[in-house]
Design a protein around this ligand. Structure first.
Ligand code: PMP
Length: 450
């Protein structure tokens, strides 16, 4: 038996990710806060990991889930479809980038990426181009922890011990303006240089052998809210089209309204062939993810084998679909995309005021309620504050001590990138919450640097 919550976590049989860490026990959550067993309250400025878009305990979502669970909790998709899965797919497709035909439901982000990779691969088998076997993705990206998603992910140290991975992936540079744009380049020229690098990678592999280019529209976990420079993704789209290569945009973290539009790619004027979503789709109420596929891809499957060779037991889970549908309805009814834009601007202003002149904050970046700080030793050299990238862990600890949840991360294999802190609060975050978030974060950063 583990210890009772009141006694605190002395014994655990949970195989935690960090085995030598003692975690506070979360016992309740409401709105933008989570409370632990000792009665301490934390402001959820990270939305967990950009998940809790409506905050915790939203009455409409809970009511929708209750209704669904009372009617029917589960029906296996090899026997039935359900009203809620159909309605959710209608809703997602209606608001998706142009041309999306169907939504394939899964239980989370890694599964969504995994399904998208397999869908892309099988699509080329269906249309008689089975020689396409290569994926191209970017360094400093995260696409999940299952083996396929891990293979496209851009952190070499995450992949290394699991090699050889199952699919063939070439990694190219991410769009990391703060670190990589040269002083003599405009943002547009920098974007064009990245597209040329991708073009060279395609030429080396042979364009007719490449399945897809995979990228997060706005990079989340690994590098902290990297927004693409203007025109870069458009250039990528044109290049992919020239070679018949699919564009898979991973919006697991940045999608579902996080950046102020339902899909982040809307702001780039780019339509992907496949887009993956999760996290904010279920808002933390239920595990759910999806791949949206262009109708032309769906038709290739229909004309071909008629069978997508994939599937999981919990696909289209009715309670998860009910939760996700309720999340979508609340976002529309309460004008929450507009709230993301407004409160995101407010968060950015406060971050600028608190950290704009901070000697160890090199960059403040992001879009909507997806904002990040990058910590450096000094602003001129942009050298990482801590070559061992331990600073972000200290900031997380200090933030928790201040009653604040942030999503910090640090480092890359080449040691060039500094530690950073990502903020992704619920869309319902108020002005007083934003004040408290930035005040607490300032104290946490100063304590971590002391
Ligand atoms: N893609 C992106 C862009 C992500 O940020 C994440 C999760 N951080 C994933 C995929 C994997 O999602 P999950 O953790 O739900 O498997």
């Amino acid at each position: 038996m583990g210890a009772s919550p009141a006694e605190g976590p002395t014994v655990t049989h949970v195989f935690h990710r960090q085995l030598n860490t003692t975690y506070p026990r979360a016992v309740a959550a409401q709105g933008v806060t989570i409370t632990d067993a000792d009665g301490r309250t934390y402001i959820d400025a990270s939305g967990g990991a950009a998940v809790s878009c409506l905050g915790h305990g939203h009455p409409d979502v809970l009511a929708a889930m209750h209704r669904q669970i009372d009617r029917m909790a589960y029906a296996h998709t090899s026997f039935f479809t359900t009203d809620v899965a159909e309605e959710l797919a209608d809703e997602l497709v209606a608001r998706a980038p142009a041309g999306m035909g169907r939504a394939y439901f899964v239980s989370g982000g890694s599964e969504a990426v995994e399904a998208a990779l397999k869908m892309a691969r099988q699509y080329f088998v269906e249309i008689g181009q089975p020689q396409r076997r290569h994926f191209i993705a970017r360094r400093q990206s995260y696409h999940g922890n299952t083996l396929g998603a891990l293979a496209v992910g851009g952190n070499e140290w995450r992949r290394r011990q699991f090699a050889p991975l199952l699919i063939d992936v070439t990694h190219v540079s991410p769009c990391y303006e703060y670190r990589d744009r040269r002083a003599d380049e405009t943002p547009e020229q920098y974007g064009a240089r990245l597209v040329r690098e991708l073009s060279e990678a395609i030429d080396r592999l042979g364009g007719e052998n490449v399945i897809a280019f995979v990228a997060e529209t706005v990079v989340g976990a690994t590098a902290g809210a990297l927004v693409p420079v203007p025109g870069y993704l458009k250039g990528v789209r044109e290049l992919c089209d020239r070679h018949g290569i699919l564009l898979i945009l991973d919006e697991v973290m940045c999608g579902m309204g996080r950046t102020g539009t339902l899909y982040a790619c809307e702001q780039e004027g780019v339509v992907p062939d496949l887009v993956t979503i999760a996290k904010g789709l279920g808002g933390g109420y239920q595990p759910i993810g999806a791949v949206l596929a262009q109708q032309r891809l769906v038709e290739a499957f229909e004309r071909g084998s008629g069978l997508f060779q994939h599937g999981h037991t919990y696909i289209g889970h009715p309670v998860a679909c009910a939760a996700a549908l309720a999340v979508q309805r609340v976002i529309q009814r309460d004008g929450l995309l507009e709230a993301v834009r407004r409160q995101g601007a407010g968060l950015r202003e406060r971050l600028q005021a608190a950290f704009g002149a901070h000697p160890h904050v090199g960059d403040i970046r992001g879009r909507g309620l997806f904002q990040a700080l990058e910590l450096v030793r000094e602003r001129t050299s942009k050298a990482p504050f801590d070559p061992q990238w331990k600073l972000h862990a200290r900031i997380k600890r200090e933030a928790m001590a201040q009653g604040l949840m942030v999503y910090p991360m640090g480092g890359t294999i080449d040691g060039q990138q500094g530690d950073h802190v990502l903020l992704a609060p619920p869309f319902i975050v108020g002005d007083a919450d934003l004040d408290a978030i930035v005040e607490r974060l300032s104290r946490a950063v100063d304590n971590a640097l002391a």
